[in-house]
Design a protein around this ligand. Sequence first.
Ligand code: PNS
Length: 185
Amino acid sequence: MIAIYPGSFDPITLGHLDIIERGSQLFSQVIVAVLRNPNKTPLFTVQQRLEQIRQSTTHLDNVEVDAFEGLTVEYATRSKAKVLLRGLRAISDFEVELQMAHTNKTLSTEIETVFLATSNEYSFLSSSVVKEIARFGGSINHLVPPHVALDTYKCFTHNQTESNPIKTDKTEVIHPLNYPKSREA
Ligand code: PNS
């Protein structure tokens, strides 16, 4: 049975990867589907996100990565998928996710939404949290795959030039790209 794992993935986190890895054990194929959403201004282009996800899932033979626009159930039908896979982190997710699952059911009775409880260690984690931490120069190495961390630091380094350095409370000036590594040492 084929499952679609739809989302924004801006960027993919270890929480997403946890769901993909566990989903790949449950279904014959998992298609990670990045939504082209004209209403959002993402940090990464769809092409960058596809590449980030591909690099993160090379160890999973039955995982494919693709982009789509429009309705998820229509994409799922075209892909011959029977399942929409979603992760649930907390009660706050549940309300939104249940509404989405019910809406999708009205659009296609053929497709079921299956929820996986996100592993405990990632229950707080979101792409927004990752971007917020990176924007302020904090370490995201424990939250995303290494190549994604690098891409994200580069984005904020690019936007945050030397004229706008980060200062810690010790008034030590740290370039954003070096900040997390220097903290780890
Ligand atoms: O990672 P996200 O942003 O929580 O993913 C949300 C996503 C992409 C799964 C959802 O917004 C979606 O399915 N959008 C496509 C449009 C659609 O099918 N809407 C009807 C269901 S509400």
